[in-house]
Design a protein around this ligand. Structure first.
Ligand SMILES: C[S@@+](CC[C@H](N)C(=O)[O-])C[C@H]1O[C@@H](n2cnc3c(N)ncnc32)[C@H](O)[C@@H]1O
Length: 247
């Protein structure tokens, strides 16, 4: 996408899948959790209706129109400028705002949001204390911080692939980190559902190194008659309510 120096905010971690291949990433988002399992789980933790929703690391703004359909006007924050621009283009005329910024320095007033959400939020993990403090600052008392990420230690096809392709990832360390931060974890299983095998293969190609991706695509071909172009995918919802007495 962009050439030349990246306008990185403090703490910004590159996202090669989305930064390099936004069209394929769009296919991934379209295939992901069509049943709405994640949004239903979030709605059980904090009512969507009327909530001011912040989407941290909103990328090209894929989830914001959905949030707008059941919450008050949501707002996206994204540090990678080409994506912030793409999100604004997607949302032009919708009344949904997107601000360039990162989790570590949220360009928002104190206690201005009800739900702070981040999806596929690898940048919230061990070492992200500064971002968590910012989320706490912008949430009103009783507001919800909720981050969606892979659940690598769970049983699912995607978890097995992830653990095989990225052996340095330390799921136990990640669990310890969230416990120390006082977050609860809700474990869910969603699905990728693709109409076309080529789309599934392209998405696997942006998520995993080439050799591993080729193996996983072969595996999908072997079982396509049984499972179609679907992949079961375990996720972890890390969540915490902002302390009602802290603001
Ligand atoms: C895997 S993408 C997911 C994008 C979007 N949430 C979605 O589901 O389509 C992760 C996003 O987080 C952004 N990001 C990386 N580091 C960040 C940080 N420190 N604060 C906020 N966003 C960050 C990346 O630029 C990228 O857009």
């Amino acid at each position: 996408m962009a050439s030349g120096p990246e306008p990185l905010g403090r703490g910004t971690i590159p996202s090669p899948n989305l930064w390099r291949s936004p069209e394929v990433y769009e296919l991934e988002n379209l295939a992901s959790d069509r049943a709405g399992v994640i949004d239903a789980a979030i709605g059980a933790l904090h009512p969507w209706a009327g909530a001011r929703v912040l989407d941290v690391g909103c990328g090209s703004g894929f989830h914001l129109p959905q949030f707008a359909s059941y919450a008050a006007a949501p707002l996206g924050v994204e540090p990678h400028l080409p994506l912030a621009v793409a999100a604004r283009d997607r949302l032009r005329g919708s009344g949904i705002g997107v601000i360039a910024g990162s989790a570590e320095a949220l360009p928002l007033a104190d206690a201005s949001m009800d739900i702070a959400h981040a999806r596929w939020a690898y940048f919230f993990g061990p070492g992200c204390e500064r971002g968590l403090a910012e989320v706490d600052r912008v949430l009103r008392p009783g507001g919800l911080a909720v981050f969606v990420d892979n659940d690598v230690s769970a049983e699912s096809t995607f978890s097995r692939w992830f653990a095989a392709a990225y052996p340095a990832y330390d799921p136990e360390g990640v669990e310890r980190f969230w416990r120390r931060q006082g977050f609860e974890t809700q474990r869910l299983v969603i699905e990728w559902t693709f109409e076309r095998r080529e789309h599934l293969a392209a998405v696997i190609g942006i998520e995993f190194p080439p050799e591993a991706a080729a193996r996983f695509v072969d595996e999908c071909t072997d079982r396509a008659d049984r499972a179609g172009h679907t992949v079961d995918y375990a996720i972890a919802l890390r969540w915490r309510h902002q302390n009602p007495t802290s603001a």
